[in-house]
Design a protein around this ligand. Structure first.
Ligand SMILES: [Fe+2]
Ligand SMILES: [Fe+2]
Length: 327
């Protein structure tokens, strides 16, 4: 796995210190006001409840399947615990990617107000890395980053233009994070985790707002060619994130999505076949697939549409890949 990412994105000075964007001023004020401290604003004394799942299994379609019910109690518990650790580990790695990307945005955005705002996001993301690392340490279980997440973050970090970084991070990855956090706010059983997710998602909402404000201001200034480049970058990032980009190889040091299943002592192929059969027979709750599909559509693609990056030129690609459905 590559740890050093090269970028040719230029660092830009700005000597006009007057803000010309009241909307960004407001967001910057909100960011300063809503800072919180991982050490003092979370009640760590609770610890983790050992007697129950940290995520509600009632919210997990897998837990409703006959396959799951056929497993021993111990294997069921292990699988739920592993899956929760896997999801939270991806949050942690995503937060580090966001931290690195925001540092680049401070350098690269051309306006002073954008630089000041992005600096608050750097602190936010540092706090998110801190909080998820602390929680995962308590959980005593963690997983490496998946190749899909690493690939999309690398594409964003190595992008040459700040606009691409802003689309990839603030519109796409942040929208997906915000959707995931909102789901987790419903499913979190552990009060410490619930509080972490509540505070983190409040920060993420600001980060998405920054992406929307910055890009809505910037897009009219771009040439047709630059705009098309940005639309293509967004689509490529989507294929990377969903793992549809390549040969399915998993680079050394990254995690496969089946690892939590294997670690619970279950054969993933056997499980996939059993679940496929249940689905065919109509015995399985289709909610999980619906939920993850709508995470992409209701948050990420909706915000790409909102800033005007799903144009008639690229819409057919979205339809063909199944990211959108014909009306
Ligand atoms: Fe974050
Ligand atoms: Fe963020």
């Amino acid at each position: 796995m590559q740890l050093k990412i090269e970028t040719t994105c230029p660092t830009v000075w700005k000597f006009d210190y007057e803000s010309k964007d009241p909307e960004l001023d407001e967001l910057y004020e909100l960011a300063k006001k809503n800072q919180w401290n991982v050490t003092t604003d979370i009640d760590w004394e609770h610890g983790i409840r050992e007697d129950s799942d940290i995520l509600d299994r009632g919210e997990n379609a897998l837990a409703h399947s006959n396959f799951f019910k056929s497993l021993s109690k111990q294997t069921q518990n292990d699988l739920m615990a592993n899956q929760a650790a896997f999801t939270l580990s991806q949050f942690l790695h995503g937060e580090q990617g966001a931290l690195l990307c925001c540092g680049q945005l401070v350098d690269a955005v051309p306006d002073i107000q954008g630089k000041l705002y992005a600096a608050t996001q750097v602190v936010d993301e540092a706090r998110h890395v801190e909080v998820f690392h602390k929680y995962l340490t308590m959980l005593d279980k963690s997983y490496p980053i998946t190749s899909g997440l690493k690939n999309v973050l690398d594409a964003i970090l190595s992008a040459e233009k700040w606009q691409a970084k802003c689309v990839g991070m603030n519109i796409m990855v942040e929208s997906l994070a915000m959707g995931s956090f909102r789901n987790m706010l419903v499913s979190a059983q552990d009060p410490t985790l619930k509080e972490i997710v509540r505070l983190t998602s409040r920060d993420e909402a600001r980060h998405v707002s920054f992406g929307i404000i910055a890009l809505q201001d910037e897009l009219p200034n771009l040439s047709d060619e630059e705009r098309a480049e940005l639309e293509d970058f967004a689509f490529t990032a989507l294929t990377l994130l969903t793992g549809r980009d390549g040969d399915g190889r998993v680079p050394e040091g990254t995690a496969r999505a089946v690892q939590p299943i294997i670690d619970a002592g279950i054969d993933p192929q056997e499980m996939a076949a059993a679940l496929a059969k249940e689905r065919e027979e109509g015995a399985m709750d289709p909610m999980q697939a619906v939920r993850s599909r709508s995470l992409f559509r209701d948050y990420m693609i909706l915000n790409l549409e909102r800033v005007g990056l799903v144009t008639d030129r690229v819409r057919p690609q979205y339809l063909e890949a199944g990211f959108l459905q014909a009306e």
